[in-house]
Design a protein around this ligand. Structure first.
Ligand code: ATP
Length: 357
């Protein structure tokens, strides 16, 4: 039988007393995918991961790993490995022992085990520390040990809970590149929990955005960035300007939305907005333009509060008529469009608006 999915989560629900931590979560992970569970603190990411690992018992729903229903199976029979933020290394064990631990538990003969451990130590570039204990290693080195220990048994799934959260900011990018390369090379599916959208968007083949125990949206990074489906996703993802209002009018492929800052035209996309309905839409900061050309229907008088510089991007922080803050990003230097603090008219082409729902 060919196995189509490394992981299937079907209608998962987990309660703690009267509190629902995971509510009707369903997810399919194809072979060798890199999946990021993204969301604010407390939204249920870790609980979902722990249910997949078998560390929590779901109240409802099923977990299938490699096509096999493992909902009732203990963690060690699930073809998974886990890595936690604190790495959970054994303090008294040398790196070599640590990395070989999973094989020892599986009762590999000593010679075969030593050979495999030596290969893995080399592959993870930790062979120099084989006889040291975790206490004398740096954060990055400890992380490589934890990964080597998790991956030596070649599990179908690697579950990672904020795996680089404890690393120095300067190390994170290097480690992310290493991990992604490793994931691609081994073909092991990664389920990576994070509240950091930069991690999720740069690593994930699939990004799953959670909020209040539910999945708000799942898709490729491009889909989530370019087409947020809910105001929560639009607001959570950096660089969006979100407007709330009511549908005033629908004409063909465009709808007019009335908001406290004025009324704006947005494409209806595949949605069916009805006049009078509550509606929200978003516009990415890089699609706004100062001094918009004549004829653009979406224009807005704002006041420019301040400018932030991020290397090649200039971000203008604007205040719109309803008092909310807006962000306008400019790449490179286009002196013709530079804004000064004070009144500024901005606008965007209709197709830049993304209607939610
Ligand atoms: P974080 O990023 O802060 O770890 P998270 O999205 O991973 O957040 P979870 O750890 O899954 O969130 O927790 C989801 C909710 O369930 C939280 O409100 C948490 O307080 C609650 N919760 C988690 N574990 C338990 C438990 N053992 N008993 C009671 N409530 C719990």
């Amino acid at each position: 039988m060919s196995v189509e999915y490394d992981l299937e989560i079907v209608a998962l629900r987990k309660k703690y007393g009267g509190f629902t931590a995971v509510d009707d979560v369903s997810l399919r992970v194809g072979k060798g995918q890199f999946v990021c569970l993204l969301g604010p603190s407390g939204c249920g990411k870790t609980t979902t991961l722990r249910c997949v690992a078998g560390l929590e018992e779901p109240d409802e729903g099923d977990i299938l790993i490699g096509g096999r229903n493992v909902t009732q199976d203990p963690p060690w029979e699930r073809d998974i490995a886990m890595m936690f933020q604190d790495f959970a290394l054994f303090p008294h064990m040398t790196v070599e022992k640590q990395v070989g631990f999973g094989l020892e538990m599986r009762k590999w003969p000593a010679l075969k085990r030593d050979k495999r451990v030596a290969e893995v130590l080399k592959a993870f570039e930790i062979d120099r520390f084989a006889n040291r204990k975790p206490g004398s290693l740096s954060g990055g080195q400890r992380q490589r040990v934890a990964l080597a220990r998790a991956m030596i048994t070649e599990p179908r799934l690697l579950l990672l809970d904020e795996p680089i959260g404890a690393l120095d900011y300067s190390l994170r990018e290097t480690v992310m590149i290493e991990l992604k390369t490793l994931q691609r090379r081994t073909g092991i599916s990664f389920i990576w929990v994070t509240h950091d959208q930069n991690e999720a968007f740069s690593l994930g083949d699939l990004v799953v955005v959670m909020n209040h125990a539910k999945i708000e949206q799942q898709g490729t990074p491009e889909e989530i960035l370019q087409r947020p489906r809910t105001p929560f996703v639009a607001g959570f993802v950096q660089g969006n300007n979100v407007f709330h209002g009511k549908v005033e009018d629908v004409r063909g492929a465009e709808a007019r939305i009335g908001t406290a800052s004025g009324s704006f035209v947005v494409p209806v996309l595949d949605l069916k907005p009805q006049p009078g309905q509550a509606a929200s839409f978003s516009v990415r900061a890089e699609r706004l333009r100062p001094a918009p050309p004549e004829g653009w229907p979406n224009r807005l008088a704002t006041s420019c509060r301040t400018v932030e510089y991020f290397g090649s991007v200039r971000r203008y922080i604007l205040e719109r008529p309803d008092g909310e803050v807006m962000k306008l990003d400019q790449f490179g230097a286009e002196p013709a469009f530079l804004m000064a603090e004070g009144a500024a008219e901005i606008g965007w082409p209709t197709e830049a608006g993304v209607l939610h729902g």
